[in-house]
Design a protein around this ligand. Sequence first.
Ligand code: 5CA
Ligand code: ZN
Length: 409
Amino acid sequence: MYAWPASEVPVLPGKGRDLRIHDTATGGLVTLDPGPVARIYVCGITPYDATHLGHAATYNAFDLVQRVWLDTKRQVHYVQNVTDVDDPLLERAERDGIDWAALAEKETALFREDMTALRMLPPQDYIGAVEAIPGIVPLVERLRDAGAAYELDGDVYFSVESDPHFGEVSGLDAAAMRLLSAERGGDPDRPGKKNPLDPMLWMAAREGEPSWDGGSLGRGRPGWHIECVAIALDHLGMGFDVQGGGSDLAFPHHEMGASHAQVLTGEFPMAKAYVHAGMVALHGEKMSKSRGNLVFVSRLRQDGVDPAAIRLALLAHHYRADWEWTDQVLEDAVARLGRWRAAVSRPDGPPAEALVEEIREALADDLDAPAALAAVDRWAALQQEQGGTDEGAPGVVSRAVDALLGVAL
Ligand code: 5CA
Ligand code: ZN
């Protein structure tokens, strides 16, 4: 489906650094060395409510990954999905008495607007679960025919034991996995499963729910993890550079997805780095659609908040940290934006070359956006206090902030 328009990314003088990033699977930093086309898959929204700041923070992290790569003069192949059919979406549509497809369409449209306003780079392939179904069915059939999946009352489950590498993404023990599985869409207590952790690949049609032709699987709809795997394999293939999402996706979603892909292809690993962003909280609890403690990007925009300030508020936190959204966070960002805009709106200023290198260095070091902001702060303070004679320096800063941080000054 259509994604959203791309904002121009200025090309900076010199060359960026290779990205060193935290990989959940190894628990440490890895320096990625993508080919001429870096490949990234980022899990998209389940469109049953508007984009909140937690979503925006996660997408901001993966936007930075791409900006670092682009600055090394590579191309980026970015794929994102939309989980436009799943239990939570159907439940919300039922609760509100609206059509599930119309709900998905409406919230996806709003997400596009929010992403555009925040200057997030669009994926080249933006794929809905529904449109991916014809590609999902043969994968499930293959897993079943290979003995890696089994049927239970018409539903088809993946056997986690079929992947010798199962567990290596999250590194969790069985007890922790079981707990998280129950919390995050799994059904560990369903009788008849070979392993309580086995996730569903194909759900047989239920009364009153949408269903699609599943070939030899019968009518039904896809499970969640196979959705992302089908899309990733179709558009990126195995061994892509980054699989991204919030930390709540490490298990089960990315663990199961990696296992599906590894069993399907016989190759390992699915991704070179599994990268997870921290959770944004509001009033002490993780912002989540199910809890309803949300601050929406669209709401802030309606209230007249400059999207560049929202983006700066996100950038003020390290992507791996869990943090809390407060009015103060936004006020600080608005103030910073004002200082930066004043600083670049003069024809000359302090030299900018070192600043560009500092931003590059900070971002290449596990996306240390707060350090990048601090560097720009120092330049802006110097500009304000002493000014400078370098002609064009403010323009260089403005383009660097745009290219590397996605903030238009
Ligand atoms: N559609 C699936 C992924 S295939 C899904 O998780 N959708 S979502 O709408 O629930 O979340 C979209 C992205 O936002 C995920 O990467 C999720 O980890 C991230 N996310 C959700 N809540 C927060 C939060 N409070 N803070 C940071 N990131 C969050
Ligand atoms: Zn996903």
